[in-house]
Write a protein that binds this ligand. Structure first.
Ligand code: SF4
Length: 393
């Protein structure tokens, strides 16, 4: 296990290291850095990482400053290692001091960091209100996928999910979503001498992202802005357990990928596993999927956790083939990740392969996905749930 990084701040990017001659003001820069207080957790100040570029532009305009300042500040906010206004060297000193009085740049504190033998890293981040969320960084052939959380806990109550057992504590702010990406990106870059990068982002951590739509949408704006974190929408996937109105809104307003936690091929089983199915049943969900405006060559990802004796029979596989008819999709089969806290068991390997075979015979791309980082708390909600329980104890 890698050492914990409790309370660590992102490592400064060499280009912006303190004490170097930046923009010709080395002495000023060092002095300002020394006297500026750390306001990053003062919740009475406006967290600039919680604002889209448009919102920041409005904020700056209200201060009577030229609007182009917003773009300057916005691009500073997402550079590696930037944690204070004193580092924004193309802003006048008086303006930087004024910003310190009214605004802040938030960051996340690492409560726990677990690294598996396969390189998967799981983070539990402690938020300002002492709750915990988690993110998982998954390496794969030199590329990295980051799984981010969108809520503290979750109200959806899916029967196979540890996060669901916590209930919903609260929604994450846009800044708390984006800061998961920033912290991990900074750590990767520091480790790989500025060359490590996150290639894909998936909203599959704690929470139902579409139940926190406004903050999700604002976080997406920041993530895809080329002055912000500059992610291609092709590289972002939002996963939902089936909030149909949210799927429609996401499709109308963005071009990100969609993943559906389906997990059953008939309403009876799905309603037992995912209570949301009692509000939006399989027919309504798949209708929304068929209407989702998919760019060419992209497909919806169908997630299907295989639970022994519950949804893993050949009959279930054949039913899945029927209901997915003509849906542009690929299917991820996830053999259940057993835990003492939940009553589900993993199917035999032969059962999983038979299920896959039926889907493939019908022409679907169906991939068996093994849980990464098996020796760490790798299932959704495991690490933060463990820690949230210890907070409450
Ligand atoms: S699977 Fe997702 S939507 Fe369902 S309870 Fe867990 S976090 Fe919530």
């Amino acid at each position: 296990m890698a050492p914990e990084a409790v309370g660590s701040k992102p490592t400064a990017h060499p280009k912006f290291s303190k004490g170097k001659s930046i923009a010709g003001f080395p002495f000023f820069y060092s002095l300002v850095t020394m006297i500026m207080p750390d306001n990053s957790t003062n919740s009475s100040l406006t967290d600039l990482r919680d604002l889209t570029l448009q919102e920041l532009t409005d904020f700056i305009a209200e201060l009577g400053e030229p609007r182009f300042r917003a773009r300057q500040i916005f691009s500073w906010l997402y550079r590696p290692g930037i944690s204070s206004f004193s580092e924004m060297t193309n802003l006048a000193l008086a303006f930087r001091t004024r910003l310190e009085d009214i605004a802040r740049i938030s960051s996340l504190q690492v409560d726990k960091r677990e690294e598996a033998n396969d390189g998967t890293v799981k983070y539990a981040f402690r938020l300002a209100d002492n709750t915990l969320i988690e993110s998982v960084l998954i390496p794969d052939n030199g590329r990295h996928t980051l799984c981010v959380s969108s809520q503290v806990g979750c109200a959806m109550g899916c029967a196979f999910c540890l996060t669901g057992t916590m209930g919903l504590r609260r929604n994450l702010t846009a800044a708390e979503i984006v800061n998961q990406v920033i912290h991990t990106r900074n750590e990767l870059e520091a480790k790989a001498n500025g060359k490590g990068r996150i290639n894909n982002l998936v909203f599959m951590g704690m929470g139902e992202p579409l139940a926190n739509y406004d903050n999700l949408r604002r976080a997406l704006d920041i993530l895809i802005d080329d002055h912000g974190l500059d992610f291609s929408q092709r590289r972002i996937t939002v996963s939902t357990c089936g909030l149909v109105p949210g799927i429609e809104q996401l499709g109308a307003e963005t071009k990100v990928n969609l993943a559906i936690s389906l997990h059953a091929a008939n309403n009876e089983t799905r309603s037992r596993l995912l209570p949301i199915n009692q509000t939006y049943d399989i027919a309504a969900l798949l209708e929304a999927c068929r209407a989702y405006p998919l760019p060419k060559r992209r497909r919806i990802m169908i997630e299907y956790v295989l639970l022994a004796g519950i949804n893993d029979s050949p009959g279930d596989a054949r039913q899945l083939v029927r209901i997915l008819h003509k849906l542009r999709c690929k299917i991820n089969l996830l053999p259940c990740n057993e835990t003492d806290d939940l009553p589900f068991r993993r199917p035999e390997k032969a059962v999983v392969e038979k299920f896959q075979h039926i889907l493939q015979e019908a022409g679907y791309t169906a991939i068996i996905r093994e849980s990464r980082g098996a020796e760490i708390s790798a299932a959704c909600g495991q690490l933060a749930n463990k820690n949230n329980k210890s907070i409450n104890a």
